[in-house]
Design a protein around this ligand. Structure first.
Ligand code: SF4
Ligand code: SF4
Length: 231
């Protein structure tokens, strides 16, 4: 189906660009402390674009978790009941674990969103202290933060230019909408904002749109100037 191909193509490009850039840039930085089984940060609010939400929903159905003892759709619904409508600060306070964390491992690891890929830290204890409210800042990995932002912005800008809904959504709520309605991917591919109720309130679409236009303008100006500077 074209809508599925569109989502897969876009995300495989975004994820591989993220991994490749981070791997190259991180060579000049200390090793990160993140490893399998370390999941203190998996209580934070997760944001995702519509293609990421749709990919995770499809992965849940494809992996057939619901046939075994793990019913991910039920776990998402329960998490959403507790987290729906809470902002980032309230989520930090609530410390509700992500519905996908099990024995320290992420059950959707191959399709986790850029927000999760881009959160990495140099000090595990600092994450524990931050979660307990003992410190406010943790030493996060700059290459992860930088490329998560760049690639997410590029993806949102491309979606916007192509007439697709390009906002950021709270993962639990958006996923519940996707899991409850199989037509979401088709309707999103038709230009509908299917996850609007889960939109992150702090992100102003008009302001974001202006930023994307400015970046594109600067990029095209640089491209026009660049050849001249060679002569
Ligand atoms: S960010 Fe912190 S809590 Fe999360 S995996 Fe890395 S070290 Fe562990
Ligand atoms: S999706 Fe996976 S990596 Fe992201 S918060 Fe949930 S368990 Fe952690």
């Amino acid at each position: 189906m074209p809508d599925i191909l569109l989502i897969d193509g876009l995300l495989s490009q975004a994820f591989s660009s993220f991994e490749g850039n981070v791997e190259r840039e991180a060579q000049d930085y200390p090793a990160i402390a993140c490893h399998k089984g370390c999941a203190t940060c998996c209580t934070l609010r997760v944001t995702a674009t519509a293609p990421e939400v749709l990919l995770i929903a499809r992965y849940i159905a494809w992996a057939k978790f619901a046939d075994g003892e793990i019913n991910l759709a039920k776990r998402v619904a329960k998490a959403n009941q507790q987290t729906c409508g809470l902002d980032e600060a309230q989520r930090v306070k609530l410390r509700r674990r992500c519905p996908f964390i099990m024995q320290g491992a992420c059950l959707i690891y191959p399709v986790r969103p850029l927000a999760c890929r881009g959160h990495a830290c140099y000090d595990k204890q600092a994450c524990v202290d931050a979660a307990a409210g003992r410190v406010e800042r943790i030493p996060i990995s700059e290459p992860h933060r930088l490329f998560r932002g760049l690639i997410q912005n590029a993806m949102q800008s491309a979606l916007r230019d192509s007439g697709y809904a390009w906002s950021l959504y709270e993962l639990n709520q958006a996923l519940q909408l996707a899991l409850n309605d199989e037509s979401c991917d088709r309707r999103w591919a038709g230009g509908e904002e299917v996850f609007a109720p889960a939109r992150i309130a702090e992100v102003n679409p008009e302001e974001m749109g202006k930023v994307f236009e400015q970046i594109k303008f600067r990029a095209s100006s640089d491209a026009e100037i660049a050849p001249g500077t060679l002569h």
